[in-house]
Design a protein around this ligand. Structure first.
Ligand SMILES: [Zn+2]
Ligand SMILES: [Zn+2]
Length: 166
């Protein structure tokens, strides 16, 4: 078999995902033997996951924060100012936004506790998710900046991976 990209070269390896023949150069283009189109799928999948996390963190923070803002802005008590409203809006954002990174952080510890709640069947599972969301808030306050930094760095790395043979 010859390399799918260099027809004159004998393949020394195969793409781990699609079994296309890879010559010595193509086989070592990435850390693991992968053709460019298969690697692009991996990259797109990972980028998609990171972008989804960014988006859900924003959405989960912004919706309650906006609701709080609208609720308060209509009738500010005489002893309060617009700054108090903005502060409460910001605090609301940081109560709800951490649920997403906190949830992800808890996932990395495994979902072992789910089994205990499943004993109580569906209502038990519902309880599990409610509790998990509540625990996600304090966990997420720490996980939010860490995951934000890590995900941003990873996105940069993914964007730097070459998708063309030089
Ligand atoms: Zn492939
Ligand atoms: Zn090749």
């Amino acid at each position: 078999m010859n390399c799918y990209n260099h027809a004159d070269q004998t393949s020394v390896s195969q793409c781990r995902d699609c079994n296309k023949g890879l010559c010595d150069y193509c086989a070592h283009f990435y850390q693991i033997p992968l053709c460019i189109s298969c690697n692009k799928l991996h990259i797109d999948f990972e980028k998609g996951k990171i972008k989804k996390e960014f988006l859900w963190t924003l959405v989960l923070g912004i919706i309650p924060a906006a609701a709080m803002f609208i609720l308060l802005i209509g009738s500010i008590p005489p002893d309060k100012t617009i700054n108090d409203v903005l502060l409460r809006t910001l605090v609301t954002f940081f109560v709800f936004a951490p649920i997403v990174p906190g949830w992800h952080a808890l996932n990395s510890f495994g979902n072992n506790f789910k089994g205990i709640f499943l004993i109580f069947s569906l209502p038990g599972l519902f309880m599990f998710y409610i509790l998990k969301a509540m625990v996600s808030i304090p966990v997420g306050l720490i996980a939010l900046p860490i995951r934000f930094f890590r995900n941003t760095k990873r996105l940069k790395e993914l964007n730097a991976i070459p998708l063309e043979y030089s």
